[in-house]
Design a protein around this ligand. Structure first.
Ligand SMILES: C[S@@+](CC[C@H](N)C(=O)[O-])C[C@H]1O[C@@H](n2cnc3c(N)ncnc32)[C@H](O)[C@@H]1O
Length: 314
């Protein structure tokens, strides 16, 4: 069993259904969401599709209280670090990402020690990219380093599964190590009832119980094409995956799980979530390779959340 799987969220936890309710401190969260760079803990990675900038919009739709927080498309975990849940099941299909979270949890000092001397440097970046280290803490430091200096914090691998994003345009003063925040993140990840695993989203949703809060933020859209249709990124997440996810989300909502979904604001997608409340959000897009496609992206927050008790679709 890989080291990071030792707190695995996939097995049925006998006490999960008895977990007590955690209240959501709306005022504190709203304040923290609006000051994303000066509060700890906060996401320690830059991540494509990160919801850091949408946190102020996410806070008001959270339930008043919940049992276990589940985030099966973890990425940088922006909402997790804001919410600081006492019980959480976190997962992602990206093994290097989960291994990095686990390394930060298990020995943050070792990760910080490797990170401290690292500076933005094109040659060093390409050397690390082609010859990653073997030790898990050193490798986690290299993952964080490459994430900070690569193009837009993107994570993409080639057909052999090797990271292949080019060097970006980091500012010379770009802060690679942020020990205070990394330590705060490690403390939260070390909470005994916070579990981390590398798996498909279905595994993490299989054990959800009424009263749990599930946040679903799958990869969704790269750009709108000229006809106004959404160009789904089939390699990352197919339309069948979208349907599989929506079926599960609707089932959970019917069972009384609080479900929040972020996705592209597009009729085909919205139709997959009948009965969910909707919020349309506009966000500046920075990810397109060509300036032609950069601009404003229209996103949807779909939610089935009860402000008191558990959620149940009408
Ligand atoms: C949009 S990102 C999540 C961003 C995150 N909410 C944040 O604020 O940083 C989507 C994540 O889903 C993961 N992913 C893609 N397909 C998946 C699958 N089938 N099961 C679980 N995770 C998956 C990707 O590795 C990626 O980290």
């Amino acid at each position: 069993m890989p080291e990071h799987a030792k707190h695995n969220g996939n097995s049925r936890h006998p006490r999960a259904s008895l977990a007590s309710l955690q209240q959501v401190p709306f005022q504190k969260l709203s304040h923290r969401a609006c000051t994303p760079f000066s509060t700890v803990p906060r996401a320690f990675l830059k991540w494509a599709g990160s919801k850091r900038s949408l946190l102020p919009e996410l806070v008001p739709i959270l339930p008043t209280c919940f049992r276990t927080y589940r985030e099966p498309f973890l990425g940088s975990g922006s909402l997790f670090f804001l919410l600081e849940p006492e019980r959480a099941v976190l997962s992602d299909s990206c093994a290097d990402l989960i291994a990095t979270f686990a390394a930060v949890r298990d020995n943050v000092d070792a990760v910080v020690q490797y990170l401290r001397p690292m500076r933005p440097d094109r040659e060093r970046f390409y050397q690390l990219r082609s010859h990653p280290s073997r030790g898990r803490f050193k490798r986690a430091a290299e993952f964080i380093y490459m994430n900070k200096v690569c193009w837009n914090g993107l994570y993409r691998v080639n057909s052999q599964g090797r990271f292949n994003v080019p060097y970006g345009q980091p500012r010379p003063a770009c802060r690679i190590a942020d020990p205070e925040n990394l330590r705060a993140c490690a403390r939260l990840l070390r909470t005994p009832s916070v579990r981390l695993s590398c798996c498909d989203f279905e595994n993490t949703l299989a054990t959800a119980k009424p009263g749990d809060l599930v946040y679903l933020d799958p990869p969704y859209v790269t750009r709108h094409n000229n006809n106004g249709f959404v160009d789904y990124n089939e390699n990352l997440f197919s339309w069948q995956d979208q349907e599989r996810l929506a079926r599960l989300a609707c089932e959970l909502a019917r069972e009384g799980v609080h479900v929040i979904v972020s996705n592209a604001h597009h009729d085909d997608l919205l139709d997959l979530y009948p009965g969910f409340a909707r919020l349309r959000l506009l966000r500046a897009s920075t990810l397109a390779a060509s300036a032609t496609y950069r601009g404003t992206v229209s996103e949807a927050m779909l939610y089935s959340v009860r402000k008191h008790g558990s959620s149940r679709l009408r």
